[in-house]
Design a protein around this ligand. Structure first.
Ligand SMILES: Nc1ncnc2c1ncn2[C@@H]1O[C@H](COP(=O)(O)OP(=O)(O)OP(=O)(O)O)[C@@H](O)[C@H]1O
Length: 212
């Protein structure tokens, strides 16, 4: 699905990623692994073209990401940051909002699936609240639910379990594993225990990123 060719990223004169070349499968759960500050968020942001590398090429389904129509690409490939910014609307409005975008006009809002996901993530009461009343972990789960409902080809998730307790972490991993049978999910995690759920690993060590 994604291919990196000789990608180099520098920030303020510091090399973050050095000559990364790897290919990812069409589906599966990819663990983006690396120490804090190693460049995991940077790789995810580069994949969805929120940042550009200084050198090298990134392909999505064989096409250079830079040349893609961005709204369409970002509807196929949804990025959920570590601290999603969801605005000041009601939770239900926030979840429904992207379905009103022209680029998603073909997508059908599945209300039953929404309730199932809210129940799974123990967030049923949150639906009646405003976004500003939610905790960081609740916001993250709402952003994840919204991304899942949009049913993209690819999900890019920055530490989707970081603000969750152990039980919710396991439930989230189980769900991501299930979803990854039909789509590509690339997610950064800190805990080594995620290894058992993953089909591929991108490791970043001393600025070198490789996939196995
Ligand atoms: N705007 C910026 N200017 C300069 N350096 C930056 C900038 N943003 C990030 N960096 C540096 O780039 C490196 C990679 O950051 P990144 O956020 O991608 O790491 P990470 O692996 O996701 O970290 P964490 O696990 O702590 O979230 C870090 O050393 C960080 O200090």
């Amino acid at each position: 699905m994604f291919e990196f060719k000789n990608v180099v990223v520098e920030k303020k004169g510091k090399k973050i990623i050095e000559n990364a070349s790897f290919k990812l499968n069409q589906v599966g759960l990819v663990w983006l692994r690396g120490a804090s500050g190693s460049g995991k968020s940077t790789i995810l942001r580069i994949m969805c073209a929120l940042e550009s590398p200084q050198f090298g090429e990134i392909f999505y389904k064989g096409v250079l990401v830079d040349t893609l129509d961005m709204p369409t690409f970002r509807s196929h490939c949804i990025y959920v940051p570590q601290m999603p910014i969801l605005g000041q609307m009601s939770v239900v409005e926030c979840i429904r909002l992207p379905f009103s975008f022209r680029v998603n006009s073909e997508k059908i809002f599945d209300e039953k699936k929404l309730y199932d996901l809210l129940e799974y993530f123990e967030l049923k009461e949150a639906l009646l609240k405003n976004i500003i009343q939610l905790s960081g972990g609740e916001k993250l789960r709402i952003a994840l639910i919204r991304a899942i409902l949009l049913d993209p080809e690819c999900l890019l998730l920055d530490e989707p379990t970081s603000a969750l307790d152990a039980k919710m972490e396991q439930k989230t991993l189980k769900l991501l594993k299930e979803l990854s049978e039909k789509k590509l999910i690339i997610a950064s995690f800190h805990a080594d225990s995620v290894r058992q759920f993953c089909t591929q690993i991108i490791s970043i060590e001393d600025s070198y990123a490789s996939a196995s």
